[in-house]
Design a binder for this molecule. Sequence first.
Ligand code: HEC
Ligand code: HEC
Length: 282
Amino acid sequence: MNWLNDNVNVLALMGAAAILILTIFVVGKYMRQMQNDKSSGELTKDNWDGIGEYKNPLPIGWALSFLGTIIWGLWYFLVGYPLNSYSQIGEYNEEVKSYNTHFESKFSNPDKTTLMGMGEGVFLVQCAPCHGVTGDGMNGKALNLSKWGNEDAVVATILNGAKGSDYPLGEMPAGLLDAESAKAVAAFMFKEISEVKNTKHPELIESGRALWATCAACHGDDGKGMAGSSPDLSTYGASKFVVNVLGMGKKGMIGNMPKFNDGRLTNVQKLAVGTYVNSLSK
Ligand code: HEC
Ligand code: HEC
């Protein structure tokens, strides 16, 4: 039988046999004692329907261990735990803290390749469930990120409006400009307002500049969003805009995109996922 080749099995089996023999011996002893013993000693004066009680002194050993447990209990509660506690949760927190410190110092100054790699990792875990593994929005269930964050997306935003992030100014209405003017404003915005500082249509910049007043009403002359009343467009097309989106959350077709500012992503991770998201539309 090959389970007998296992030392642990054999030991356990021997232990079980020893317990069985001891039990039979102890039970046998007390059974015999119950049959043969005669009572002796002094009874207390109380009597319950003929049943009496012997006057036995408290066994010293029992009394000492009883006192001992009380003292130990007090020590354990006041000194040992929890006032001076060790706990597994505490140890876990310490470990997380030390890993985070290590993470922060290791990635305090990430280069572009590191950001892209980290960003893709964060994206696949945190964003892909709604936006799809490739960021395509899974047939319109969430935003198609490969068509977001570029000049065409600004044109689409001007034509369709924007809502869902609860800015003090509320919603951006649809159809502020026609398609041609929208294209010009987008060119101006990308060259002069956004830190991208580059446009596909340099010939449209000047006509766009003249139209910017429409946008400045809510986004400010410098496009910075008038102290948080509307989105800061000077970061549009860069990772900081995505970081801002993650702080605001957004209502959409499939429900709410959560705010990611509850500590589940570090600042570096937000920057990384922003870099990755912007790369999807390039
Ligand atoms: C619970 C689903 C969900 C998750 C998870 C999610 N999003 Fe979104 N996201 C949405 C929805 C809904 C919208 C609103 C647009 C729409 O209707 O699709 C949106 C919009 C966006 C926008 C456009 C914001 C704007 O102002 O137009 C960006 C950028 C974005 N998400 C990035 C991310 C990133 C990065 C992550 C991961 C860190 C993420 N999302 C996780 C559902 C989600
Ligand atoms: C009535 C005020 C108002 C005007 C006018 C306005 N916007 Fe907006 N805009 C907003 C608000 C509010 C949001 C944020 C909407 C949200 O996500 O909840 C926004 C969002 C945006 C976004 C971000 C969209 C995204 O995907 O996150 C862009 C880009 C933008 N506006 C560009 C423009 C341009 C260009 C103009 C001028 C043609 C303009 N806006 C005019 C109020 C305005």
